[in-house]
Design a protein around this ligand. Sequence first.
Ligand SMILES: NC(=O)c1ccc[n+]([C@@H]2O[C@H](COP(=O)([O-])OP(=O)(O)OC[C@H]3O[C@@H](n4cnc5c(N)ncnc54)[C@H](OP(=O)(O)O)[C@@H]3O)[C@@H](O)[C@H]2O)c1
Length: 256
Amino acid sequence: MNVLVTGGTGTLGRHVVMLLRQSGHRARILSREPRGHVDAVQGDLKTGQGLAKAVNGMDSIIHTASATRESLAGRAVDVRGTRRLLTMAKDAGTSHVVFISIVGVDRVSYPYYRTKLRAEKVVREDLIPWSILRATQFHPYMELILGGFSRLPGVTAIPFSWQFQPVDARDVARRAVDAVLEGPAGMLPDFGGPEVRDFKSIAQSWLEARKSRRRLVNLWLPLKGSRQVAAGGLLCPDHRDGTLTFDQYLAERYAL
Ligand SMILES: NC(=O)c1ccc[n+]([C@@H]2O[C@H](COP(=O)([O-])OP(=O)(O)OC[C@H]3O[C@@H](n4cnc5c(N)ncnc54)[C@H](OP(=O)(O)O)[C@@H]3O)[C@@H](O)[C@H]2O)c1
């Protein structure tokens, strides 16, 4: 199968590309900066540049690209960019898109999640047949937010009660590849990591793995989104699909 992987340079996308190629399929990458990548098309969802070339000859798309690091570009990339991509895919005769989304985007009121929900709505417009795969937080993302809460010297201040079900990007990539091979299926079951853990215990494991002596402090955030995350809005405890735990990921990453 010929598959376009948008975001094929990202945390999830690079595993998707690897798995597709290992199983004998063609994986073409869409990237703004494709230098150093094979079978890659330079393009930008924000402007539409390169998208027609990227979809040309592709049977399916695994759409993982997202403005994860530019909050102001969210709508332009994720919502309008997805519509542009799927409109061109329709013209090119592409027969399936697997859109990667996040468990709980409809339960937690963060601006990025609202953007993802809007992008899901674009996918559901049926420009081309679709599947939507919602996953929980990837392990490197847990580290990214822990780093964000560790800006003060000597202290990591986090809401202890937030609950997560971190998942390995390789497990999600495997599910995404199966989904593209299975064909359009609409809304797929949520895909979660093997364990539900509170943020305090996740942070303790992280600090231990990094041999850090930072003090853990409970942070009270009087925000609706924070209460929703503490109440389990990002979890799918009935879908503990991932195989690798956060501690196993840390052991691998920090060679414990
Ligand atoms: N991170 C998580 O915990 C998590 C959890 C569940 C679901 N998800 C979803 O999974 C997907 C992948 O997340 P990730 O963490 O792997 O992302 P990531 O590592 O931040 O990678 C984002 C990718 O998007 C591409 N991209 C960004 N802006 C673009 C633009 N204007 N045009 C074309 N490509 C663009 C980037 O490619 P270039 O820089 O090469 O252009 C990059 O490959 C996202 O849809 C995200 O919402 C993430």
